[in-house]
Design a protein. Structure first.
Length: 211
């Protein structure tokens, strides 16, 4: 499919906006305003999604908000989740973590919503756009950029950067194979919750919003 100049510019602008969002995260984090960042980014990007889907309703499915292939799209992300959460539980128990603590139930309900938005930004607007913009070198460009995006926004926490980089390395092929954001967003939120609680020994709710 031949892309027009306007389509290419639009895709580049979306990639740039995703990168800028990651940069803003680092700024807000340095100011101790993670909660404000999440609210502002959520409102802004949900507004963008709504505006674009009103222009072209097919984008909703193209981006990955679809139900048709839901069962098959869940298979590999579920395998990754089970392996990941098992390793984290083992690490948590070995280091004396209390496995059910703090705001864990609230996080398991709410964190996936933030996970879906993050997956949308990196996968649909980052990785998928780069695959289209670089049809021949797609994987070579999109995979490293997606991994770096996921990882770098968690600077300067080295463990979190490694974990999110690994998650991106596994989730990007899942997205490109099934083009479905629901399982990736769900497991992103759950893996993030358990990583904070069992590996870092922190309650992410308190880390973001305070007590």
């Amino acid at each position: 499919m031949i892309q027009s100049s306007s389509q290419k510019i639009s895709k580049w602008l979306e990639v740039a906006a995703v990168a800028a969002t990651g940069g803003l995260h680092l700024v807000f984090q340095s100011l101790g305003a993670k909660g404000l960042f999440i609210v502002l980014v959520s409102v802004s990007w949900i507004g963008y999604i709504t505006w674009r889907v009103r222009q072209d309703s097919s984008l909703w499915v193209k981006w990955g908000f679809q139900m048709k292939n839901l069962s098959s799209a869940f298979f590999w992300p579920t395998v990754i989740f089970v392996v990941g959460v098992s390793l984290m539980a083992w690490y948590g128990l070995a280091n004396g973590r209390v496995l059910w603590q703090g705001h864990v139930l609230l996080l398991l309900l709410l964190y996936p919503l933030w996970g879906i938005l993050q997956q949308f930004l990196v996968q649909a607007l980052g990785v998928a756009n780069l695959m289209t913009l670089f049809p021949r070198q797609g994987w070579v460009v999109a995979m490293p950029v997606g991994i770096v995006l996921f990882s770098s926004i968690h600077f300067p926490n080295g463990l979190l950067m490694i974990a999110t980089g690994l998650m991106a390395g596994f989730f990007i092929p899942c997205y490109l194979r099934g083009r479905n954001l629901w399982p990736l967003g769900l497991y992103h939120g759950w893996l993030g919750t358990f990583f904070y609680l069992w590996v870092l020994g922190k309650d992410p709710w308190i880390d973001v919003f305070g007590k």
